[in-house]
Design a protein around this ligand. Structure first.
Ligand code: GLP
Length: 243
């Protein structure tokens, strides 16, 4: 897509809107949507809020599962993924808060929290559509280089490259960036019936090149989507620079 993030967002927004409307979710049969954080999805959330305001989509019967959350960051901290999702999306749409699922990075037992998350996804029949971003090192969710391609929701230590990339959200101070996160696993994402990944800007071009033109590798977890029967990368021209 030529015109950068706005065009990418418009395309993905229209696609998600169509998918939800065709699915025609009900309370008994909700649409299960996986969602990311980060700067890349922001214009998508903006476009989806507009679509909702225009009456073109409703989230009343949509159940969401977020990809990841920092460990140990207060839920109300401005940079927690919990805060991010409410500020940038949930507060502006008609979703039932009971249908929002975000991993709790302050749970007393983090391993149990991860198991319960997987169980909840399974109980709902799996994720219909997982929307995701990609880190500059090729990670999806927080599945950093070296993650097992069979991984499920778990505690993950963050790669140095990710800590540096995310420091911009913490006054540029590396020491303020949490070192650990809870994240859905590569396999959790692979089990979604459909996966859409957004990548914009030159900072993502190397990751896109590795994911598309190299083989499947746990050193670039985005590459696992080569094996997914229904996955799409939606990229702007800058992100294709290395292809
Ligand atoms: C974080 C998130 C990822 C996200 C990545 C890219 O690491 N855990 O899910 O894809 O950031 O973020 P951005 O879109 O800001 O480049």
């Amino acid at each position: 897509i030529r015109n950068r993030s706005e065009e990418v967002a418009k395309y993905i927004c229209e696609y998600i809107t169509k998918r939800i409307n065709i699915f025609a979710p009900t309370a008994e049969r909700p649409f299960v949507l996986g969602l990311p954080t980060g700067s890349s999805p922001l214009p998508i959330y903006h476009a989806l809020i507009t679509a909702y305001e225009q009456g073109r989509v409703s989230f009343r019967n949509v159940v969401t599962f977020n990809m990841d959350e920092y460990v140990g960051l207060e839920r109300n901290h401005a940079e927690s993924y919990h805060s991010f999702m409410y500020t940038n999306f949930f507060r502006h749409i008609d979703i039932n808060t009971k249908n929002i699922n975000i991993l709790d990075g302050n749970a007393a037992n983090l391993a149990e929290e991860c198991l319960a998350y997987e169980a909840k996804i399974k109980a709902l029949g799996g994720i219909e559509l997982f929307l995701g971003g990609v880190g500059s090192d090729g990670h999806i969710a927080f599945n950093e280089p070296g993650s097992s391609l069979a991984s499920r929701t778990r505690v993950k230590s963050l790669a140095y490259e990710t800590i540096v990339a995310n420091a911009r959200f913490f006054n540029g101070d590396l020491n303020l960036v949490p070192r650990m996160a809870l994240t859905v696993g590569v396999q959790t994402i692979m089990e979604a019936r459909e996966v859409i990944i957004i990548a914009t800007g030159t900072a993502k071009s190397l990751a896109i090149q590795q994911a598309v033109e190299s083989g499947v590798s746990h050193m670039c977890t985005l590459s696992c989507l080569q094996l997914h029967p229904c996955s799409t990368l939606v990229v702007d021209e800058d992100a294709t620079l290395e292809l």
